[in-house]
Structure formats: structure tokens, C-alpha cells
Design a protein around this ligand. Sequence first.
Ligand code: ADP
Ligand code: MG
Length: 711
Amino acid sequence: MTAPPFPRLKLTAPLSSFPSIGPRRHARLERRGLSTVLDLLYCFPFRYEDRRIRRVIADLEEGTEQGFVATVRSIRKKAVPKLKAPLVEATIFDHSGEISVVWFGQEYLLKHLPEGSQAFFFGKVEYSAYSRCLVLRSPVVEVVDPDQGLRRSYHIGRIVPVYREEAGLTTGVFRRIVGDVLRSLWGESFDPLPESVRREANLMGWFPAIVEMHFPRETDRPMEELLRPGYPPLDRIVFEEFFLLEYLMMLRRQGVHRSGRLWSPGASPEESLSDFERRSPFVMTAAQRRSCGEIAQDFGRPHPMNRFLLGDVGSGKTLVAAFAMQQALRGGCQTAFLAPTEILAQQHARTLAGLLPDEAPVLLSASVKGLDRRRLLAGIAEGAHRVVVGTHAILEEGVVFSNLGLVVIDEQHKFGVAQRKALWSKGPNPDILVMTATPIPRSLALSYYGDLEISLLDELPPGRQPVETRIVSKADEGFWKKKISPVLERAEQVFVVLPLIEESEKVDAKNALDVHAFLSAFFPGVRVGLLTGRMAGEEKESVMEGFRRGEIAILVSTTVIEVGVDIPRASVMVVENAERFGLAQLHQLRGRIGRGGLPGTFYLVPGEGMGEEGRRRLKVLEEYSDGFHVAEEDLRLRGPGEFMGVKQSGLPMFVVADLVRDAEVLARSRHLASAYVEGAEGRMDAAWEQSGLEEFLRLRYREVDVWLSIR
Ligand code: ADP
Ligand code: MG
């Protein structure tokens, strides 16, 4: 059996080819990002209206929206002194009785709905104290075309879709356009999902599902239930969206598997690991050992590694990265380590110098300039520098490696796909290790990074102290005196984090400059440092160095210290205007303290006027110390779109699927996608199905090609 052919022409037909779409509507559709039939099909309504004709005038009930057909007996304009626009009043009848209708200011109806015309009316009937009878108020009207009757209308005598009115397209116009487009595909039996998958998952066919998403069939369900799980057309589209994504992941994974690796490690995984651990300053946690083992296994395979190291703040990812780097160095190649901020890059360069004793890591950032930079680039190009740590500056075109074998990307959620690509294309098929200290819920990780192997660091190194989180109402003088002075007396250090660098007219929030001035005056014998993203690289470095050495006791900063910074004696952090930060970001900030065996306190100070919603969010942090919990909550509160840079990932977004609500469907679709890909090998009909599936993917998500071309 073969699948029906891919209806390319029909799906790619430009919307301008439809008679109901003139140049103006076409321009508006384009403005909404809709240019082909397929685009339009996936632009679903957000609710429905039951406009079935189930009433005659005599049965109309007060207070609910109802539809019926009637004939106009009389219609006239009536000026009311108090109203700006005149009223239009009509009397309409059917075989059962008659009723008054009233509209406000829709004078065109006088022409549109002359006496004797038959029309469909949909609206609410209410008792009018003024007329002392039931009146139909401002109903939707559609004149029945005497030649066609009711059958062909998109707007009456059925459940109708209601679309978002956007770019000057009313829901009525949109409905008509969608109706015409659906008609052009009538009877289409193509389905992007393979037959076997559809049967296994018990799903509706593609076209019927699309049609019913727009124009639901007769049903007894309440209208609100039609866009919820359990409504077969919706279930079908949700599954389809997940399946396409998972299939895409598998294509990508296959692409990686087809390319060969550049280098091979000199020793067996066990040997390499015990050798590394012998020289490392710590005993590894079991999770670190397991992750290193997985990486060592990858290095023994014929294709390059593509691994995601997922672990909570402070779980010790850097050590694992160092192990991977050491392997690559032994294999004779260069390694690059990309960090999102200069401060972090500086810190990593120092840490790696300690963990890789035979190497001298070099640091490349925007503040390395002139002759220094030229010398550095020459050394990298010749292969003299084998460990290059840096910021975005590494990605620039002028940075050329002689044999880049391994790329490590720290805090990968801070980078987009394009940057990921820029880095690994500097070597012939380098291994890639991406890391994030922002825990991502497993459902998200698996769907968005499903093409990567995942290693999980689910254990913190011993000696980490608990950090208590407290929401305090304000950070006034009493607070600094009572809560912070004792900390300073114990020679512990304090971070103070602000949302702004300096005063802003647009944003009502505290700023680093003011707070720095205040604290310097408030604690006269104490050195208070200032660190912002606007400072030059050397300046930042010298402030961090002062803080690291303990000369600076309080560091006032913006979120430049958000990721990765490691200061053992810092035990307290105060975050002002805490409601302005994302939960995951706050969790990251919290990870900066409690690192050196000192128990920590994390103070959240909300700005004035934080609402209930804001408080609920901050409470999540008070309650949960585990980053994965925080992340799940964050995802629930903010939705996946905004979640931790997923938007930047360049991946298709879902139209109806919801990662939180439909997590089980996601798991099932992943399972079926992998079973399909495995089972498809060598089956004749599979090739047919796959070509349709892939063509469909490319049309539906135009970014797919770009996305498939990168790792
Ligand atoms: P993250 O996963 O947040 O990047 P880091 O790699 O910065 O974490 O490590 C956090 C801290 O834990 C660092 O001070 C590091 O030196 C220390 N550390 C890492 N691994 C271990 C270990 N196995 N035992 C003790 N301390 C460790
Ligand atoms: Mg880190």
C-alpha cells in the first residue's frame, strides 16, 4: 500500500489565487505571516460560537445566545436625543411568532435588510423594561441568499469559528477565507503522519481534523470543550506537532551520525577517567563520574559527540568539561570553551589552568585588543594555543583554529543556534559538549534538545551548605544593620543585586549606582565594590579579583554575576526588585552563595506594588531549593515560549500543543517517532511516507532546512 501523494501544489498555492482574497486582504494576510494555503490551515480559531438553527421565535429563551431564521416585517431608523448614533429598529417574524430587534448605529442595515428579506439572526434576547416585551439586541445578521438557501453559508446554521482579529481582518472575513481554502482541498486524503503511526496512536486523518478544527461538526459537547484535550481533531493536531518535532530531532541525529570523527582518545574510558581523577583536586561525585564515563564512551564512537550536560547550579559541570577537554588534548587537538560573560570566561580560564596542569589556557574576549589580540589569534591559528577560553569574541570570523576537536559551550541557553553553529564550524566536525546550569524540565529538554545525548548531574558535591531563602518587605537601614552587619563581622561576603545600572526614567526600580553610594556611606569601614556590564574588561576583572581575595566585602552588581561565578566566602545575597527577575534567573543567582562550606541566606526584596502573582512566584523559591522544581514552576507560570531562551533555539513553536498540559502526548509521540524511524528501514512504503512527511515539514516550518544543517 502506498500513501496518497503529497499535494504540493494545493498546499503551496498562494492565497492571492482565491477569488475571496483581493489585494487588500492579501496584504493583510501577509502582514499576519500567512502566505500559503498551508499557513492558513494552521491558523486555528480560539473559540467557537454555536450558531446552529435550533429555535423558532416562539421558543426563544431569555439571556442565552441563539440562532434562528426570520423574515423582516418592518425596519426603520429612530433618533434618540441622548444617543450619538440613531437606533435601528425592526420587527421580524417566522411561522411561530414575531419579535422586535434593535441595533445601535448600524444604519447600513436599512439597505442591507429591506422589508421582506429573509435572514439569519444570532444574538441574545432580553426583556426590555422600556418596550415591556422581549427584544433581540444587536444580533449578528446574515441575509439568506435566495438562490443558495442556508446550506452554503460559513456563518450561519452551524458551529462557527471565531478567530483573532488582527491586521485588520475581522473574524467574519477570516472565516470566509478559511472556508474557501478548505473547499479547495475537499476530499484530500494525504496525511503527513505515517499510516502505521496514525493507527497506533488512534488518530483522526489529517484533512478531516483540520476541517473540524475550523468548522466543527454536529456535537453535543459544550463549545468550550472543543479546544481541549479529548476533542479528537485537537488531539490529532497536538500529536502531529510533537511527532514532527521528534521526527526532526531524529533526522538531525542521523545527520550527526553520518559524519566521521576527527580524533580518537589514546586510552580506554576507565583508564582515562581514573587518570584524570587522580590528578583532580576533588573526589568526583557519582554523577560526575557517570557523566565523564558517558563522554568517554562517546569519544570511542565513530561519529562526533553531541552531548548536553544538564545539571543544577553548583553540581560541578566545569570538572566534567575539563575531563572532556583533557581527552581531546590527548587526542592531539585544540579545544574551545565558550562562556556568556567575560567574568565567567576569566574564571573558567583560571579553573581550567588548575585542572589541566600541562596546559596554559588563553583568554579571548572583546577586551583583548591590538597587538595582544593579533598575537593570540596567530597562536590559535598555528595550534600553539590548545585551550582557548572566551566570550562571543571567539565566534568572530578572524578567529581560526588549526585543528579544533572539541567545543564546550557553557550556559548554553545564553546562546542562539547561530552562535552554536559559528563555533563548531571552526573545526572539521568537532565534538560538542553543551552545558547549562539552568535546569530545564525534562519534558522540555527531551523535546527541544532531543537530538542531543543527555547527561544529568543530579547530585551536588559534598560540603555544599543549604541556602535559606527569605522574602523581606524592604531593605531599609534596619535591615542592613540587623541582618548584614553581623555577616560582615564574621568576615563573610555579601552580594547585592539590582535590576538597573543607573537611574532610569522609564523603569521604576532600584539601581546599582545609588545603592553602591548608599552602602558605601552606611558601612564606612567596609569596602563596597561595584560591578556592572558596562565596565571595561580589566576593570571588571580587578573588582572580581578584589572580591575573590576578600578585600571587597560587599559587591553591588547587576546580573553580570548571574551565571557561574564562584566565591567561597560569599554567604549572603540581597536581590532588590526581585519581582523583575525570572525564577530560573533568581535560582541561578542563589547558586552564587553557600559554596564554601558556609550556610547562606538569600534575601528577596520586592519593589513597591508587587502584586499577588509576583508574590506567588517568589514563594516558589522560598519553598523549593531544587532547581528542577523551580524550573517546572517557571515553565508553568510563564509558558514554554519565553522559557529560558527556547525562542532563540530556532526551533518551530507549537500552535496548539502545550508542553505542560500535553506532556504525556509528547512522550508517546517521541516513542512512536523512534519506533517508526527504526521500523522504516528497508520498507518500501516507508520511503513514500517519509518523502511526504519531510516535504510537509519543510513547508510547515520554513526554518527546518537551516536547522537541519546545523548541530
Ligand atoms: P556548575 O555546575 O554550577 O558550573 P561548578 O563547576 O562551578 O558548578 O562547581 C561548583 C563548585 O563545586 C566549584 O567550587 C567546584 O570547585 C566545586 N566542585 C566541583 N566538583 C566537586 C567535587 N567533586 N567535590 C567537591 N567540590 C567540587
Ligand atoms: Mg558553571
